[in-house]
Design a protein around this ligand. Structure first.
Ligand SMILES: [Zn+2]
Length: 168
């Protein structure tokens, strides 16, 4: 028997606008990373790497989505974050300040430092935007280790979520 899917009502009408502003800032900051890396390394490839590291990191939201809804993909549900509400977990594995240190360290040890700097700068810019605009989260939310310690529980990591969402 098919499990009945829960639906959630958006209680904050500004949320759509928030999403557009969020994407806009990611594009602006990633473009900035692109310019910085290009000026520094004079390489389009590295500059593009910085840009895409800063924008495509959000594909980790897909993992959270597929863990809940499997391949039943619906763009609106995905963008509105139903996956987090349904599972009450928020993994977003690529969102973590720790990755910057890890990538730079691996780049240094394995000898691909320019690429590592480009990726690290892209991620850095992305997390700065998420950290500043994602005011509803706990301050340490963007540390992967913090989320692991809190067992990825949405109720603990985002105490305001109940105000925004009502199950219907
Ligand atoms: Zn993000």
């Amino acid at each position: 028997m098919k499990k009945k899917e829960k639906n959630f009502k958006f209680s904050d009408k500004k949320e759509n606008l928030h999403l557009i502003i969020d994407i806009g800032w990611h594009l602006i900051v990633s473009s900035l990373a692109f310019i910085i890396i290009y000026i520094f390394f004079k390489s389009w490839k590295l500059a593009l790497l910085a840009f895409f590291s800063g924008t495509l990191i959000d594909i980790d939201h897909l993992v959270d989505y597929f863990l809940v809804y499997k391949i039943n993909f619906r763009l609106e549900k995905f963008f509105k974050g139903y996956q987090f509400l349904e599972s009450r977990r928020v993994y977003v594995f690529l969102h973590g300040w720790e990755w910057i240190i890890i990538i730079l360290l691996v780049g240094f040890l394995a000898g691909f430092m320019p690429a590592a700097i480009a990726i690290a700068l892209g991620i850095f810019g992305h997390l700065v935007v998420d950290q500043t605009l994602g005011f509803r989260h706990e301050p340490l939310f963007y540390f992967l280790t913090y989320r692991i310690i809190k067992k990825f529980k949405l109720d603990v990591l985002d105490k305001n979520f109940k105000k925004k969402w009502k199950p219907i």
